[in-house]
Design a protein around this ligand. Structure first.
Ligand code: 13P
Length: 260
């Protein structure tokens, strides 16, 4: 299966989120081979978007969450509140949150654990900066981020986690990682997850690529077996682009079906 996660960031309000959600439903309609789609609107639109996509193959995710369940934490949104909207996923540790809002490996770990404890599928973002890449530190950085994210997480039998490899230099830059570089990073992350995080447990992981994915490059990324899906920012805000990405995923899935 291939999973498309649309991160609408802080670009849209309730009405625009509703329109994008309807466009996502239309993009999937009538397709024999359709990817799993998760749309991540701002908190304020979660409940409305969930009503629109209920009983469809489109799921809803939050863009962040806090780790405590209730209490005096002005401005924060708890995992329970996220789940209450009908959302089933939560992005955790996006590089914008790490860079702009003081998110650390430790807070990402608390959030990942809290999401899993509330049966939300975390979409754990990791990725190196351009400087770290130039210094040959990509694996050291993303390995550290991944281990820290799951340091205190309790993975259940049926837990599903998504790991998003989002190189910081590729986000919003128009310069995605090459499929080969993404495949190498994904293989590394999957190995670390399976050998050091999951242990003998039965949790299932998917590794997504994010950073300047659009309708032109989605097919080349998605056709790689190592790439279980993509996390899309800017292109997910344009219904025509997003529809074309869904079609590209459908083509890849059709190819996979005819191979087996
Ligand atoms: P862009 O697709 O706009 O590069 O953003 C990627 C991203 O940050 C998704 O979370």
């Amino acid at each position: 299966m291939k999973t498309l996660v649309a991160n609408w960031k802080m670009h849209v309000g309730i009405r625009e989120s509703a329109a994008l959600a309807r466009a996502a439903l239309l993009a999937l309609r009538g397709r024999a081979h359709a990817p799993d789609v998760v749309v991540c609107p701002p908190f304020t639109a979660l409940a409305d978007v969930h009503k629109i996509v209920a009983r469809s193959h489109v799921a809803v995710g939050a863009q962040d969450l806090f780790w405590e369940e209730t209490g005096a934490f002005t401005g924060e949104i708890s995992p329970r509140m996220v789940a209450e909207t009908g959302a089933a996923y939560a992005i955790v540790g996006h590089s914008e949150r790490r860079r702009l809002f003081g998110e650390t490996d430790e807070t990402v770990g608390k959030k990942t654990a809290a999401a899993l404890a509330h049966r939300l599928t975390p979409v754990v973002c990791v990725g190196e900066t351009a400087e770290e890449r130039a210094a040959g530190r990509t694996e050291a950085v993303i390995g550290r981020q991944l281990r820290a994210a799951f340091a205190s997480a309790a993975l259940h039998e049926g837990s599903r986690v998504l790991i998003a490899y989002e190189p910081v230099w590729a986000i919003g830059s128009g310069h995605p990682a090459s499929p080969q570089d993404a495949v190498a990073a994904h293989a590394f992350l999957r190995r670390v997850f399976r050998d050091e995080v999951k242990g003998g447990g039965r949790a299932r992981e998917g590794v997504l690529y994010g950073g300047s994915v659009d309708a032109d490059n989605a097919f080349a990324l998605l056709r790689e077996d190592e790439i279980d899906g993509i996390l899309i920012g800017g292109a997910s805000l344009n219904a025509a682009q997003f529809t074309a990405i869904v079609a590209a995923a459908g083509d890849v899935l059709e190819g996979l079906a005819s191979r087996s």
